[in-house]
Design a protein around this ligand. Structure first.
Ligand SMILES: C[S@@+](CC[C@H](N)C(=O)[O-])C[C@H]1O[C@@H](n2cnc3c(N)ncnc32)[C@H](O)[C@@H]1O
Length: 364
């Protein structure tokens, strides 16, 4: 039996420069900033196109492909590689005063519409004064009928909600603060795991530094947050840990990773910050070594070297680390790790993450 999927509505933007290419080639496209949205679009969703120069909203389109990376690499001179193919539902109609209409429904590019909200938006769209794409009088009845048919489909669609109300966009500064451990409708990792990574850190790292389909490796993946984020964001992923907590994590010591040289698109690691958390009793657990000792940094440097070895040329290692403040002694673990990193990695950048609770599972 065919399982019906939720029909969602998404907004795309164009300018006077890109409008003709969008409408003529029936390919909607955007840059990496909106990549997470395109990643969530699938065949059968409804799209609207807003020309932000003229304030016109074009609709209604139905996607004929999933959202993908580079469906047509040469389109838009390569500037907008996150793409989806569309067809119009009836004639393409254009509604002036898009900003006002979008504001009324609180529609932004990262806020998908579905169920009743999508129905109301479509109903409002067909009741607006319209003009045809090319200025001629429009056979309005035809296109309205096609949209009304689509409204009925949305109305009869029994599928449960399977998308966030607001899709997180990529952070635009180097200071990141995530009040919650997870995002989306499904858990990412286990927020009860001491030392779990805030999932949006991994989300931001992979959206900045990899593309759909790239291979990401986490050599110390704890409760599996990297695995869950990568799956949702359509990256391939391998997660290792010295003490696996679930079946899809492979037991392995991060100082010797069983992968070939130059074979991985990104490595993400949230290593122990010292011996402040008891992860497990494994003899090779680096989390049982104090970050006040040289040995801690020597062992993590082995992990850095190994990560560097498996990374393809020019690709990125992301390392999350925090300082330690124990028994009135401050240890600048972050700076010490930075010193190790610059010895082993060609180019190092720092993002600051707001520190919240140890396990990240409270709002504190
Ligand atoms: C901060 S936690 C990682 C948290 C993880 N990213 C998550 O979201 O659940 C650090 C992890 O490093 C692992 N670890 C410590 N020594 C290791 C080693 N030698 N090789 C692989 N993993 C190790 C620990 O078992 C622990 O799960």
């Amino acid at each position: 039996m065919k399982v019906e999927k939720l029909i969602r509505g998404f907004l795309f933007a164009c300018t006077n420069k890109s409008e003709a290419e969008c409408l003529n080639s029936l390919l909607f496209a955007t840059d990496k900033l909106y990549g997470p949205i395109v990643n969530r679009i699938r065949k059968g969703d409804l799209l609207f196109l807003n020309n932000i120069d003229t304030d016109i909203l074009y609709g209604v389109f139905k996607t004929t492909s999933n959202g993908e990376f580079n469906i047509k690499p040469e389109a838009f001179d390569g500037r907008y590689p996150y793409q989806v193919m569309v067809k119009s539902i009836g004639d393409i109609v254009c509604v002036p005063g898009a900003k006002r209409l979008l504001k009324r429904y609180g529609v932004k590019r990262n806020t998908p519409l579905y169920k009743q909200e999508l129905i109301s938006f479509l109903e409002d769209l067909i009741s607006q004064p319209k003009q045809s794409t090319f200025g001629e009088d429009l056979e309005r009845k035809d296109s309205n009928q096609a949209i009304i048919k689509e409204i009925q489909k949305v109305n009869n669609n029994p599928a449960p909600v399977d998308i966030e109300n607001e899709i997180s966009l990529i952070e635009s500064t180097t200071f990141w603060d995530f009040p919650k451990q997870s995002y989306g409708l499904t858990p990412k990792g286990n927020n009860k795991y001491a030392g779990v990574t805030p999932a949006l850190i991994i989300y931001n790292m992979i959206w900045r530094y990899t593309e759909l389909g790239d291979l990401v490796v986490d050599p110390m993946c704890g409760s599996g947050t990297t695995i869950d984020v990568c799956k949702e964001e359509r990256r391939k992923v391998i997660g290792y840990d010295i003490h696996p907590t679930r079946k899809d994590i492979i037991k392995n010591d991060a100082r010797k990773i069983p992968l070939e040289d130059d074979s991985v698109d990104m490595v993400f690691i949230d290593s122990p910050y010292g011996d402040n958390i008891k992860y497990n009793d494994e003899p090779d657990n680096i989390g049982s070594i104090s970050s006040e000792s040289e040995e801690f940094y020597d062992e993590l440097e082995k992990v850095m070297k190994e990560s560097h070895r498996i990374l393809k040329d020019g690709r990125v290692l992301g390392w999350l680390i925090g300082d330690q403040w124990v028994k009135k002694t401050f240890t600048p673990v972050g700076l010490n790790i930075y010193v190790c990193l610059i010895k082993n990695i060609t180019h190092v950048e720092i993002m600051c993450i707001a520190r919240r609770s140890q396990a990240s599972n409270t709002g504190m």
